[in-house]
Design a protein around this ligand. Structure first.
Ligand code: ADP
Length: 502
C-alpha cells in the first residue's frame, strides 16, 4: 500500500509541477488509516496532524462534499486551514488542488497537491490530478483486496497446519501438492520428499483406485475408507481416510484426511478378545448351571419344601436373565458385523409369544401389573431365529414392566397385516417425548430421568438389529404421560400367502 501511495504522490507532483503532495487514506469508517506526504522526500507527520487536516482543513471539506476543489490563493479561502509555513515563498501553500479518491462509490482517500505561488494550477492540472486519483482509488482497492487475501491465506495455512488430523492436498491423479504438519509427522517424510510422492504410493492403493472411487465424487460428498499408511520407515499405520473433491480456482483437487486409528484398532482387538472370552468362558458354564438347576427342579419331590422350590425358581429365572443378556450382547456384536441369521426355523407364533409372556409374568405380577395378550388365530408360522425373536419380545415386555408404574397395564397383541405379522407391546407408562422416538433405538441411548430405573441402553438397539436382520421393521408410537406402543413387523415366508382376512 505504501509503495503504491508514494508512487501516486510522486506522479502527481511531478506531472503538475507541484511542490508538495499528500494523500490521506481512510478506512471503512472514514477515519484516517494512513497518510503520506512528499516533497522531494517523504515527510513524517503525526496522526494528530492528519486528524486536524480532516477536521478543519480543505481535505475535510472535500471528504464531506465528495467534490474536487482547486484554490488559486489559499489565504483567501476559509476552507483552507492556514498554517504558519503557508506564507513561505519556497515551501508554502498558496495554490492547491484537493480531490477525493473514490473506490466503489466510497471515499477511500484525499489527494492534495500544493504550490507556493498563487494562481499556479489550471483546469488541465485539475483534470490530470483527478485522473491520477481515479487510478489511485483502484490501486487502494486492489491493495486492500491483496491484504485481505494474504490474511485469508495465512489463516487457511494456520488452520491447515494446526488441524489435529493429518491432511494432504493432492491433484486428481494423486500427486501430493500440500501436506500439513501432522501429515509430515505421521508419514515421517520431510516435506520436500513428501511433495514428490503420490498418495496412492503411501496408501498402497491400486493405480485405478482414483478413477473408480474419487473421480465420481460429487460436490460435498466424502468417501470414507479404512486402510494402511506406509511411513518412511516402512511401518504400516492403520488410518481412516476421508477423501473429498475441492474446487480451487486453478482446478479441482482432492483433500485427504488421514486419521490415525491405531488406538481404535487396538480397542477393537481387545473387544474381540473380550467377546471371545464371553462366548467361551461365560456362556458354556452358564448353560451347564441352567441345565443343572432345571434338572434339580425336576428331581425335587413334589411334596418337598415350598421355600426350597421358590429359591430354585429364583435361581433359574436369574440365570435365564443372565443368559439372555449374554446372548443379546453376542448378537449385537455379530449382527453389527453384518453376519446374517443362520439358524432360522419354522416357528409357530402363539407358543413363542406365550413363552415370552411366561418369562415376564412373575416380574409384572410382582409389580401388580396386568398383562393382556391377544393373538389373531390362524397366523402362519414364521421362518425366524426363534430364540432371537423371543428375546426381542421379552426385551419389549421387560421395558414395559420396568418403565410402567405399579399396577400399570401391559397389552401384547399379534396380528397379520398383508404379508407381515405385527407384534405390538403397549403400556400405560410414562411415554416417550417425540424427539426421542428414533434415538432410543441407538446403542446406549437412555432418557435421562431421575424416576426412570437404571439400564444400559442396549435392549432396543438389539431389537432393531434383530428385527432388521429378519427383513422386518420396528417403531414406537407414544404420548408422554399416556403410554408407549412398540411394534415390530416380520415378513411372512413367500409360500404362506395372504390370509383370508387380508
Ligand atoms: P434400557 O432399558 O437398558 O435403558 P433400552 O434400549 O431397552 O435400554 O431402552 C432405551 C430407553 O428407551 C430407556 O432408557 C427408556 O428411557 C426408553 N424406553 C424404552 N422402553 C420404554 C417404555 N416402554 N416406556 C418408556 N420409555 C421406554
Amino acid at each position: 500500500m505504501r509503495t503504491v501511495l508514494s508512487r501516486v504522490l510522486m506522479l502527481s507532483s511531478r506531472h503538475v509541477g507541484a511542490e508538495r503532495a499528500s494523500i490521506i487514506v481512510l478506512d471503512g469508517n472514514q477515519a484516517v488509516e494512513g497518510a503520506l506526504i512528499v516533497n522531494d522526500f517523504l515527510l513524517e507527520r503525526s496522526v494528530e496532524h492528519w486528524n486536524n487536516v480532516l477536521q478543519d482543513g480543505l481535505a475535510g471539506w472535500v471528504l464531506r462534499n465528495r467534490q474536487a476543489v482547486m484554490l488559486s490563493d489559499t489565504s483567501r479561502d476559509e476552507r483552507w486551514a492556514q498554517r504558519p509555513d503557508d506564507a513561505a515563498s519556497r515551501t508554502g501553500a498558496k495554490s492547491a488542488i484537493c480531490v477525493p479518491v473514490m473506490a466503489r462509490e466510497q471515499v477511500v482517500g484525499i489527494l492534495t497537491i500544493v504550490h507556493p505561488k498563487p494562481l499556479f494550477f489550471n483546469q488541465e492540472h485539475l483534470a490530470l490530478v483527478q485522473s491520477i486519483a481515479d487510478q489511485a482509488g483502484i490501486a487502494i482497492y486492489n491493495a486492500r483486496l491483496y491484504n485481505s487475501l494474504q490474511a485469508v491465506t495465512r489463516r487457511y495455512r494456520e488452520l491447515f497446519d494446526d488441524s489435529i488430523d493429518p491432511i494432504c492436498i493432492t491433484s486428481l491423479n494423486g500427486q501430493i501438492l500440500e501436506a500439513n504438519r501432522q501429515a509430515i509427522s505421521l508419514t515421517g517424510y520431510p516435506a520436500e520428499v513428501l511433495a514428490e510422492k503420490s498418495i496412492l504410493e503411501l496408501l498402497k492403493l491400486p493405480a485405478d483406485w482414483l478413477s473408480v472411487n474419487a473421480e465420481p465424487l460429487g460436490a460435498g460428498q466424502t468417501l470414507r475408507q479404512e486402510g494402511l499408511l506406509w511411513t518412511a520407515d516402512q511401518s504400516a499405520v492403520p488410518v481412516e481416510v476421508h477423501v473429498r473433491k475441492v474446487a480451487f480456482p486453478s482446478g479441482d483437487v482432492l483433500q485427504w484426511i488421514l486419521q490415525d486409528i491405531t488406538e481404535r484398532k487396538q480397542l477393537d482387538a481387545l473387544r474381540d478378545d473380550l467377546m471371545a472370552m464371553v462366548y467361551h468362558d461365560l456362556r458354556s458354564p452358564l448353560s451347564n448351571i441352567i441345565s443343572s438347576l432345571e434338572m434339580l427342579n425336576m428331581l425335587l419331590p413334589v411334596s418337598d419344601d415350598e421355600n426350597l422350590r421358590a429359591l430354585l425358581s429364583i435361581a433359574i429365572r436369574s440365570t435365564g436373565r443372565m443368559q439372555r443378556l449374554i446372548n443379546t450382547l453376542l448378537d449385537i456384536y455379530r449382527l453389527e458385523a453384518g453376519q446374517p441369521i443362520t439358524n432360522r426355523t419354522r416357528t409357530e407364533v402363539a407358543p413363542l409369544v406365550y413363552e415370552a409372556v411366561d418369562t415376564i409374568l412373575p416380574v409384572a405380577e410382582n409389580k401388580g401389573q396386568q398383562v393382556d395378550v391377544q393373538i389373531e388365530p390362524n397366523l402362519p408360522p414364521l421362518d425366524i431365529d426363534t430364540d432371537m425373536i423371543r428375546r426381542v419380545l421379552i426385551n419389549l415386555m421387560d421395558n414395559a414392566t420396568k418403565y410402567t408404574s405399579f399396577k400399570g397395564k401391559i397389552f401384547l397383541s399379534v396380528c397379520r397385516k398383508g404379508d407381515r405379522v405385527e407384534f405390538s407391546v403397549c403400556d400405560n407408562g410414562p411415554g416417550i417425548p417425540p424427539d426421542a422416538l428414533e434415538v432410543i433405538f441407538d446403542k446406549f441411548a437412555r432418557l435421562q430421568s431421575e424416576r426412570f430405573p437404571k439400564g444400559i441402553g442396549l435392549g432396543l438397539a438389539f431389537c432393531r438389529l434383530a428385527v432388521r436382520s429378519h427383513g422386518g421393521e420396528i417403531w414406537v408410537e407414544s404420548k408422554v404421560n399416556e403410554g408407549s406402543c412398540f411394534t415390530f413387523a416380520l415378513p411372512v415366508s413367500p409360500g404362506d400367502g395372504e390370509s383370508p382376512s387380508g
